[in-house]
Write a protein that binds this ligand. Structure first.
Ligand SMILES: [Zn+2]
Length: 55
């Protein structure tokens, strides 16, 4: 789950949440889950409209 790369911590010390797209290699990190979901939904609507419409 955690990606530790040369001092760049993701998801351990802070409440950082991560989301990657099921349909491409889009990936986002945010500090709150609702904000991240919103970004993911914006991404789906913009880049995968057919997937978005099927939800
Ligand atoms: Zn995508």
């Amino acid at each position: 789950m955690n990606t530790n790369r040369n001092g760049a911590y993701v998801g351990s010390a802070t409440d950082v949440v991560e989301r990657s797209c099921d349909h491409c290699d889009w990936h986002a990190v945010d500090d709150s889950y609702p904000a991240l979901i919103k970004r993911y939904q914006n991404h789906l609507r913009a880049d995968h409209p057919r997937v978005w419409l099927r939800r």
